[in-house]
Design a binder for this molecule. Structure first.
Ligand SMILES: [Zn+2]
Length: 114
């Protein structure tokens, strides 16, 4: 599982979603949003905007830090095959209306990365 960002409406159910699969199910979150989280999360380094690999059930997915909505905001790319051609499916969790110039610039930078 890849959590887009560390707000409760996105990560609050992580333990419940993991329960049917057991503790070995990896749950990834951006390191910038990990403070205070206690459900055994794996961290994607959000000190950089480099795309990073993550592995879920033997499938490699990709996480890109996009610090827009939160400092640990992530988007995910999941490999899929369509008509015999490999594609990357973009998973995006949330965008917010910027509240001030600082968050507007952060939003634009994250959007450009996506
Ligand atoms: Zn949020």
């Amino acid at each position: 599982m890849l959590i887009s960002h560390g707000h409760g409406d996105h990560d609050g159910g992580a333990d419940a979603l993991r329960a049917p699969f057991g503790p070995s199910l990896p749950i990834y979150i951006g390191s910038g949003d990990a403070a205070g989280k206690t459900c055994g999360l794996k961290l994607v380094n959000t000190e950089t905007t480099d795309i990073q690999e993550a592995s879920i059930g033997g499938t490699t997915i990709y996480a890109q830090p996009t610090p827009e909505h939160t400092s640990g905001n992530l988007v995910g790319f999941v490999p899929v095959e369509t008509e015999g051609e490999r594609q990357l499916l973009l998973l995006k969790g949330h965008s917010a209306v910027p509240r001030n110039l600082e968050t507007a610039l952060q939003y634009l930078a994250g959007t450009e990365l996506q």
